[in-house]
Design a binder for this molecule. Structure first.
Ligand code: MTE
Ligand code: HPA
Ligand code: MOS
Length: 815
């Protein structure tokens, strides 16, 4: 570990060189250099604060923390049955295996056997309990459910012993419920159904559909997605004096881990310390689902009074944890001759898995994103979170938003084909208006609509019309290979859809040498949050970014933090850190004016210098003087997003502070004999408001685009229809995109325009919204497939559009 690596290895692969040059060209370096000279530390492209550590292999992830003497390792014994009753657990043989120190069951949990984030329906380990009829059994809910935990001297020994679960468990099996449709047919849900109804005309959606000149009724299937963070789930628990616990956990939500560990150990929150310097990716998968591992490691460390590490193997990670919900939709839409949607009724059923986890809020976000960028006058939406015998599904980049929006996009794409119109024209005619037709189904008024100008710019810069004509000519002459193109717009609501999560705290320390430390409630998962927050602090105090260091997220520094999620990390923590830094700056100004004369209001901080009463001093000098004058050189900061409201009963209010917008044009070529395809070119124009860091934002947009493309094309999850076993539980069978899937032409640009709202330096959240951009890839594939029958037949293409699915759609179109 930590050996410097050969510089040659750091050279990008040849195919990437041009692409990287393009990235550099997309950033206006001259303008940024000028801004920086003028003292700006935001709005400039800074490298990720850990970039050099990442590439050198020196960044410390949880498994890189040197292990304390006496550290034990944990592996989980998993249920081999998807649905049934656990009647007996015999662990003697496992206890006797080499290296095994202990085997824990639910009986070893001193506190509550639950790690559910909202609903308390998530046992840490399956417990055999007495039931009302006098019988005793444990509720087995899915293949991969943890039943016991082996603690051994080595990880290998723990895993070998845990693998014996099959022989240790006696389970009375019943057939599993696996699909959302099956759960829906049985009326079995993890949370009550959610309805969003908006009626502007007589008879609401039903009346509007009945009166419409055209109607369409269909179903759609969209698959789930594995987060596939590079660093798998891991927790390292270290017992402390007086029964306290210190947990290093790869998590997006240290405060929730703290509370769940405290409950499991029957401790107070002030006795549990959770820390996370960085994650090797989270993507939503570590928002709630890091909990079971934090709890098991802590329970073991507590019982044995030795440090315990629980690091999952990739296959176990797939088998135990949930992912993006797959959705099944059934809809009916009424529209006019131009493709204007007049009324739509839709039922969405998700595969929630065995417990609630975040499925309720995910469904709410799905329903609140069905409108995407479109005004839907009359709509009735019904969301059901189907309870199935599968892993409990959870947050994944977009948090239901992509699943909601793809349904309306699919509808509009079909409407366009039925009317033989360009899908872009049908999309555009349905866009929200600027001053009218601008109320969402949940009654938030869209006041910051920029979709018209954004799409117009992209239409032109991507040469959409000319390329469509050229592609039509190509397809006429090409029998086997068909090309397709599509433009997909997006609007994404920013804020947690649970109001009280929209708050954050920060702590800024200025040391007497002028160096600065910032700590905030957000977590770093590669998205560049620490870089952005450090920039905000540097900007506020007028120092160079190099002077500001961000430290590990730590529940003993900032309390009661929200998950770093909903793309709000920089919005919330940036504002909190700005608040802290501003207080220190104001104190410094008062102190400097007292010493050197002039008005505190006129003291200027920029470029590591302080101008006071005509004199220029170094920042460190002013700080040193302030220390001697006994001025407090550290401060906390706080922020709560203003203006939010939500009525859960009526499903209306203002859940979002603002909306982020974007659009993409993708062009594909499909081999109609094999179903293979390639993305030839993608053009993206995305709205990050006044970007805090264009390089990082462009990286987020590119990453989200490719990740979303994987969701919609190659990443297929298959549960065995009888046993219910997830058969795609490793990269050998589950195909995420690789660097080679980047299109050879990839034009990513930031839309120029400030956030209308007073967000941190007028920037916009960027983490999740661009995941919707690759809808354009999916619809370009549909376009190419429909070319097979001269665009007369709407292709019944499911998602993921694997080659197999594409071939099936081609066959259907030809029939
Ligand atoms: N980018 C990287 N590199 N790794 C990640 O795990 N998670 C995404 C997004 N971008 C993620 C990422 C998700 S799901 C969210 S909600 C946001 O980052 C969270 O960070 P932010 O709020 O600071 O943008
Ligand atoms: N996004 C992510 N996590 C959440 C949300 C959300 O909107 N609401 C509750 N948890
Ligand atoms: Mo992101 S799915 O909100 O962690």
């Amino acid at each position: 570990m930590n050996k410097p690596i050969d510089a040659a290895l750091l050279q990008p692969a040849e195919a990437f060189t041009d692409y990287l040059k393009n990235t550099a060209a997309r950033i206006d370096k001259v303008a940024e250099a000028k801004a920086q000279e003028d003292g700006a530390r935001v709005g400039i492209s800074r490298p990720h604060e850990s970039a050099h550590l990442h590439v050198a292999g020196e960044a410390t992830y949880i498994d890189d923390i040197p292990e304390l003497a006496g550290t034990l390792h944990c592996a989980l014994g998993l249920s081999p049955v998807a649905n049934g009753r656990l009647t007996s657990v015999s662990l003697d043989a496992i206890r006797a295996m080499p290296g095994v120190v202990d085997v824990l069951t639910a009986n070893d949990i001193p506190g509550t056997n639950d790690c559910g984030s909202i609903v308390h329906d998530d046992p840490i380990l399956c417990a055999i309990e007495k039931h009302d009829d006098g019988s005793s059994w444990g509720d087995i809910r899915y293949i991969g459910q943890p039943v016991f935990a082996v603690i051994a001297e080595t990880r290998d020994a723990a895993r070998r012993a845990a693998a014996r679960a099959k022989d240790a468990l006696i389970i009375e099996a019943v057939p599993p419920v696996l699909t959302p449709q099956d759960a829906h047919a049985r009326g079995q849900y993890v949370v009550p159904p959610i309805h969003v109804i908006r009626e502007t005309n007589d008879g609401g959606a039903r009346g509007a559909i009945d009166r419409a000149p055209h109607k369409l009724k269909a179903t759609l299937d969209v698959g789930g997605q594995e987060q596939f963070y590079l660093e798998g789930q891991i927790s390292y628990a270290i017992p402390k004096e007086g029964g306290a616990m210190h947990v290093y956990c790869s998590t997006q939500h240290p405060s929730e881990m703290q509370h769940l560990v405290a409950h499991a150990l029957h401790l107070h929150a002030n006795e549990v310390h959770v820390e996370c310097r960085r994650m090797g990716g989270g993507f939503g998968g570590k928002e709630s689902q890091s909990a079971i591992f934090a709890c098991v490691a802590s329970v073991a460390a507590h019982k044995l009074q030795r440090p315990v590490k629980l690091r999952l193997d990739r296959d176990d990670d797939f088998m135990i944890t949930g992912r993006r919900h797959c959705f099944w939709y059934e809809y009916e839409v009424g529209y006019d001759d131009e493709g204007r949607v007049l009324g739509v009724e839709i039922t969405m059923v998700s595969r929630a898995g065995h417990s609630a986890d975040l499925s309720g809020p995910v469904m709410t976000r799905a329903l609140c994103h069905f409108d995407n960028a479109y005004w839907l006058p009359d709509v009735a939406m019904h969301g059901f979170s189907g309870k199935t015998n599968t892993q409990s599904n959870t947050a994944f980049r977009g948090f239901g938003g992509p699943q909601g929006a793809i349904a309306i996009e699919n509808i509009l794409d079909t409407v366009a084909r039925k009317l033989e119109r360009d899908p872009l024209d049908v999309r555009r005619i349905n866009f929200y208006g600027k001053t009218e037709n601008n109320v969402t189904p949940y009654k938030q008024v869209v006041t910051d609509n920029i979709i018209h100008e954004l799409v117009a710019q992209l239409e032109e810069s991507s040469d959409y019309r000319a390329r469509r004509a050229e592609i039509a000519g190509f397809n006429l002459k090409s029998e086997v290979l068909k090309r397709g193109i599509a433009l997909a717009p997006l609007k994404f609501g920013i804020s947690f859809n649970v109001k009280h999560f929209n708050q954050a705290g920060a702590l800024v320390h200025v040391y007497t040498d002028g160096s600065i430390l910032v700590n905030h409630g957000g977590t770093e998962m590669g998205q560049g949050l620490n870089t952005k927050v450090a920039q905000v602090v540097a900007h506020e105090l007028g120092v160079n970014c190099e002077s500001v260091r961000a430290t590990a997220t730590d529940t003993t520094k900032v309390a009661n933090t929200s998950a770093t999620a909903a793309s709000t990390g920089a919005d919330l923590n940036g504002k909190a850190a700005q608040d802290a830094a501003r207080q220190i700056r104001e104190r410094l100004a008062v102190c400097a004016a007292a010493r050197h004369g002039g008005d505190a209001k006129d003291v200027r901080f920029a470029n590591d210098k302080v101008e006071v009463n005509g004199r220029t001093l170094s920042f460190a000098t002013v700080v040193g003087e302030a220390y001697l004058d006994r001025v407090q050189l550290w401060s906390d900061g706080f922020y709560a997003t203003p203006g939010l409201s939500w009525d859960k009963e009526k499903m209306e209010g203002r859940p979002f502070f603002y909306f982020a917008y974007g659009a993409a044009v993708s062009e594909v070529i499909v081999d109609t004999l094999t179903g293979e395809w390639k993305l030839l070119r993608a053009d993206i124009l995305h709205d990050a408001g006044r970007s805090l860091n264009p390089a990082i934002d462009i990286g987020q947009i590119e990453g989200a685009f490719i990740q979303g493309m994987g969701w919609l094309t190659t990443e297929e999850l298959v549960w065995h229809p009888q046993s219910g076993k997830l058969t795609t539980h490793a990269p050998s069978t589950y195909k995420i995109p690789t660097a080679n899937d980047c299109p050879p032409v990839f034009n990513v640009k930031l839309f120029e325009g400030d956030n209308f709202e007073d967000s941190i330096h007028r920037s916009k959240a960027v983490g999740e919204p661009p995941l919707l951009l690759p809808f354009s890839v999916f619809f370009a594939i549909r376009d190419a497939v429909s070319a097979v029958a001269d665009h007369k037949v709407d292709p019944p293409l499911r998602s993921p559009a694997t080659s197999e699915a594409i071939l099936a759609a081609i066959t259907a179109v030809q029939a």
